[in-house]
Write a protein that binds this ligand. Structure first.
Ligand code: SF4
Length: 335
């Protein structure tokens, strides 16, 4: 198997989706938002321009090759990675190909900012799961957390998600990222609840930090506070609210290392900083073997360890995916 793919990564263990093969359609770091909590670091290309950022044909070629050779179980194919996937104009063609050539459900993790556009809606309608995000119920909090492109507003975002919800026949949970002292006051939660009631998602997924974010001082929301917010939102909206938590599955772990494992680990952690334990569970390799490999990669100057109050995370030397020229629920990583 090829050591390193340019556009395909994982499969990663997602807290929400299970074993998920990732597709990354954006050069680092292209997004319509610049969220405080982004695990990929600051947005360097803050844009609303929709275009073919990487060649659609190459993505399909890699995907086909990966699926022919892959020996790890996959439960879903997910669009996520170094930015907002709906900015790529070929996403509809790629979803269409996956639905026609593979048995896997397709999930799109989106910040929802382009869902007001009819072409984006049309592209995402064949997907099985679309998970947009909404972190704020008022414009000021939206600007503070998500730091959007100047051409965006909260009301446009909310209208876009609602319009898509009305047309989409698949499963549409709404993700809400909670940050202590920023959007967890009762007033903020009430305003969020009003927007959620208007959108009518299937469920709400409450998330908080589990990997390093853009701003180093951010802390995860305590689980007790998440439980209180869940109860408040459910009683206000009547919509089920789930707290995203790790639910490790038990697998027999390998002690031998395949020649491609180094490349797979690099491919994973350059998009999603991960702990040793997370890497072990993603690739079903025992922790001691992973530790040895990580030490080797550190010794070669290819990766670095980041100490946070949530543990030690490994990432590539340059940080989240940085393909020159040319990505929230996991045991490892988000979505
Ligand atoms: S968290 Fe998602 S939407 Fe926010 S800046 Fe990062 S990639 Fe963009």
């Amino acid at each position: 198997m090829k050591d390193r793919y340019e556009y395909i990564f994982g499969p990663v263990l997602s807290r929400r989706l299970g074993r998920s093969l990732g597709i990354d359609l954006l050069p680092y770091k292209t997004c319509s938002l610049n969220c405080l909590y982004c695990e990929c670091g600051p947005t360097t290309n803050l844009t609303l321009e929709r275009k073919e950022y990487v060649p659609t044909r190459e993505v399909l070629r890699e995907l086909e090759e990966f699926l022919k050779q892959n020996d790890l179980p996959i439960e879903v194919i997910t669009f996520s990675g170094s930015g907002e996937p709906t900015l790529h104009s070929g996403i509809g063609e790629i979803i269409h190909w996956i639905k026609g050539h593979t048995p896997y459900p397709v999930c799109v993790l989106t910040n929802g900012t382009l869902l007001y556009r009819s072409d984006v809606q049309k592209d995402l309608l064949p997907a099985d799961i679309v998970i947009p995000s909404l972190d704020a119920g008022d414009e000021e909090t939206f600007r503070r957390i998500n730091r959007p492109h100047p051409g965006l507003s909260l009301s446009q975002l909310v209208e876009g998600i609602r319009t898509f919800r009305q047309a989409f026949r698949g499963n549409m949970p709404l993700e809400v990222f909670v940050l202590p002292g920023i959007n967890d006051s009762w007033e903020s939660v009430k305003k969020l609840g009003e927007r959620i009631r208007y959108i009518k998602p299937d469920t709400v997924q409450l998330n908080s930090l589990d990997r390093p974010g853009t701003e180093p001082d951010l802390k995860p929301e305590p689980i007790e506070a998440l439980r209180d917010i869940k109860v408040a939102l459910e009683s206000q909206t009547g919509i089920p609210v789930h707290i995203v938590v790790s639910q490790p599955k038990q697998h027999r772990l390998k002690t031998t290392v395949s020649p491609s494992l180094r490349g797979k680990i690099l491919s994973l952690i350059r998009r999603r900083p991960s702990t040793l334990d997370q890497i072990s569970r993603v690739f079903l390799v025992d922790p001691e073997t992973v530790e040895q490999l990580l030490e080797e990669l550190q010794g070669q100057g290819l990766i670095r360890k980041v100490e946070t109050n949530r543990g030690e995370f490994f990432t590539t030397k340059e940080g989240c995916s940085k393909r020159s020229g040319a990505e929230r629920n996991t045991q490892t990583t988000s979505e």
